[in-house]
Design a protein around this ligand. Structure first.
Ligand code: SF4
Length: 232
């Protein structure tokens, strides 16, 4: 049965994705600093690349603010080479570590930083070179465990196709609306992001989405307009 496109709540969309894909339990990492490092390394690459870089950082004992700051930039860059754009990302990791060291000290700096209220933390992170809204929100959500919504390419693509947002809806509006719809509940928002990524990779592909296998098909504006175009 078809529903009216765009009328679903995000909660309803996420519930259906959860039924299809199960619990995602993100973020895969051993501690909060690792989550932050992963969030920076995953910019513009797949998680498989990040995993290789994280393994090399772990083996080199380079997964703390203190040890990362003590590692020469070219050595750090070589360690994270599997994550691609490794020179830029080494600079971004070091910029973050210097920021933490300056603000809170290198030892307990990350814990102190993540204690900030979500809005202050987000604003502080956005002041660090190389940390944009998507990375900042991933850190707020998964490292600090605080409510925010990650507006990435997967979320925009799926929610636009469903008719839940318009192509031109600004990211900040998407974020506010999603947070309200998911009751500003951090664990739920964490699952929502993970499930949208999963759906974007498995069904709602950029080209040739696999609509016949999609649990969201009954209320998808994109599918409805494609079907109408075929009938004409
Ligand atoms: S029906 Fe197709 S376009 Fe719509 S959400 Fe599902 S996979 Fe994406």
């Amino acid at each position: 049965m078809h529903k009216q496109p765009g009328k679903d709540t995000l909660r309803g969309i996420i519930d259906r994705l959860a039924e299809a894909y199960g619990a995602q339990d993100w973020w895969p990492a051993e501690d909060r600093f690792e989550i932050i490092v992963g969030a920076i390394l995953t910019q513009r690459v797949s998680w498989t690349n990040v995993e290789q870089a994280m393994l090399r950082l772990r083996e080199a004992g380079c997964l703390s603010v203190l040890t990362m700051l003590a590692t020469p930039r070219d050595v750090l860059s070589e360690l994270i080479r599997p994550a691609l754009f490794h020179n830029v990302k080494a600079d971004r990791l070091l910029a973050f570590c210097r920021f933490v060291e300056r603000r809170h000290g290198p030892l307990l700096g990350v814990d102190a930083l993540l204690e900030l209220p979500a809005a202050d933390l987000r604003e502080a992170l956005l002041g660090v070179a190389g940390i944009g809204p998507e990375t900042a929100d991933a850190i707020v959500l998964y490292a600090a465990g605080k409510a925010t919504f990650v507006v990435d390419a997967y979320a925009r693509r799926i929610l636009t196709r469903l008719g839940w947002i318009e192509q031109a809806t600004p990211d900040e509006v998407v974020r506010d609306r999603a947070m309200a719809d998911l009751s500003r509940n951090a664990p739920l928002l964490g699952e929502a992001h993970a499930l949208l990524v999963e759906h974007g990779k498995r069904r709602c592909l950029k080209r040739n989405p696999r609509c016949p296998e999609c649990v969201l098909a009954p209320s998808c504006a994109f599918l409805l307009s494609s079907n109408r175009a075929e009938v004409r």
